[in-house]
Write a protein of this length. Structure first.
Length: 289
């Protein structure tokens, strides 16, 4: 009799568990179905990586991390950077450029300009093995800008005044509570011109262009994809399919398997980029755009 009771408990215990945790099990089943690989190919580790650089360039830690991880991962044979960005801050743009330069030393990198590849995002892309531009993309805007709002009239209307204690003639550069003085503008121009010279030199070096031709390919000109190809800023016109095919050829993989980006990750990046645009509108920063 005792053995029969034990057998019955063995059978009824799972049934009771299912009854008590039915909702939780349904939820877990849905999660598994959503994230479960759809085919056998997705079970295999990817050998080609696609990384996205989208929106204003402010925080690139995630992009740089992915580029460096791809460089260290022996299973990844090539990387495609998909760019759709109007540019952004100087330092983050250079961080991405140097990460691509490191990566290119060991495996091929193809940049695909899906919409806009301008200013900082173009700077970020210059060291790739190849830049493929969508025929409808906008390219160029190789220039540097610093801008800020003069809120003095608004502050006067609402009765707000600033109080400042500072040392050093140029310590209040970029202040938003007044118009910038001529000597402050001259000081900022010194930084702008130095950064622009660095930008042009790096583009010329990476793209094998002549610096004396800068008025044609730089000078903040904005080009169509076709015009950009004529001046040497991109290598060819094509769509995502063409860029992927070029990377497959450069990497030499026989059976390409691509990574899949998390859709939620893309949404969070766009929200973060929108916040950065608002902040940059009212608080001046040196930008490549």
């Amino acid at each position: 009799m005792e053995k029969i009771k034990q057998l019955l408990r063995f059978i009824t215990a799972p049934i009771e568990f299912i009854q008590n945790h039915f909702k939780a099990m349904i939820f877990l089943l849905i999660v598994v179905l959503i994230f479960m690989p759809s085919d056998d190919a997705s079970l295999a580790p990817h050998n080609l990586e696609k990384i996205t650089l989208a929106g204003p360039i402010m925080d690139v830690n995630d992009v740089v991390k992915k580029l460096d991880e791809a460089r260290k991962n022996e299973k990844i044979k090539g990387v495609m950077l998909v760019v759709d960005s109007p540019g952004g801050a100087v330092s983050p743009s250079i961080e991405v450029a140097y990460a691509i330069k490191r990566l290119k030393a060991s495996k091929p990198v193809v940049v695909y300009a899906s919409g806009t590849i301008a200013s900082g995002s173009y700077y970020a892309s210059i060291w790739a093995n190849e830049i493929v531009a969508n025929p409808g993309s906008m390219v160029g805007s190789i220039g540097v800008i610093m801008q800020g709002a003069d809120l003095s009239q608004v502050m006067q209307k609402i009765g707000v005044k600033t109080q400042v204690v500072s040392a050093g003639k140029y310590k209040q550069l970029g202040a938003t509570d007044r118009e910038w003085t001529p000597y402050e503008k001259a000081e900022l121009d010194k930084v702008i011109q130095g950064t622009y010279a660095m930008f042009v030199k790096d583009v010329a070096t990476a793209r094998k262009l002549k610096i004396e031709d800068a008025p044609q390919f730089a000078d903040a000109h904005i080009f169509t994809a076709s015009q950009a190809k004529d001046v040497g800023l991109v290598d060819k016109l094509g769509v995502s399919y063409d860029a992927e095919a070029d990377l497959v050829k450069l990497s030499g993989v026989k059976e390409p398997v691509w990574n899949k980006e998390d859709p939620m990750d893309k949404i969070m990046k766009k929200l973060s980029a929108s916040t950065a645009v608002v902040l940059n509108t009212y608080f001046p920063a040196l930008s490549l755009r």
